[in-house]
Ligand binder design. Sequence first.
Ligand code: GDP
Ligand code: MG
Length: 162
Amino acid sequence: MLPVIALVGRPNVGKSTLFNRLTKSRDALVADYSGLTRDRKYGEGRLGERDYMVVDTGGISGDEDGIDYKMAEQSLLAIDEADIVLFLVDGRAGLNPADEMIADHLRRCEKESYMVVNKTDGLDPDVAMSDFYGLGLSEPLPIAASHGRGVTQLIEHVLQDI
Ligand code: GDP
Ligand code: MG
């Protein structure tokens, strides 16, 4: 069985962008419209000789009814199935109530999870990450998914622990 890495976080933080970069597929729908990828989506990634599965999710918005509820449910299922959870947040937008809700869930479910601060391109990574230390999860890891910055280091870091 390949290790399964789930990408979770509220809509629009860059999960599908990271998924596409890791799987080198263009299949996940990346859009400027938040919440367009509504279901879980699976792809295979590789780091050196190491293969892994990546799961993209529609996002948890913190306001779960209707379609948002379905998306949140998919995310919770993806967390359940995963060996490793990458919890993405938006380093430009800063901390959001939906982030706090997801952090709450992750603290309680005892999964191997990592805080990933995306969209740090053109930002001072220390400033971008400062908002997120208070969530009580792992040390935030800065990336820029659309540029690829920090992505290889991130995967190296999370795969070394399993
Ligand atoms: P998702 O809803 O979490 O799957 O987010 P998407 O992957 O669809 O990305 C949402 C928006 O953020 C898109 O317009 C992306 O181009 C943009 N985005 C993703 N990653 C980055 C990044 O590293 N830097 C910047 N500046 N924008 C990004
Ligand atoms: Mg998406």
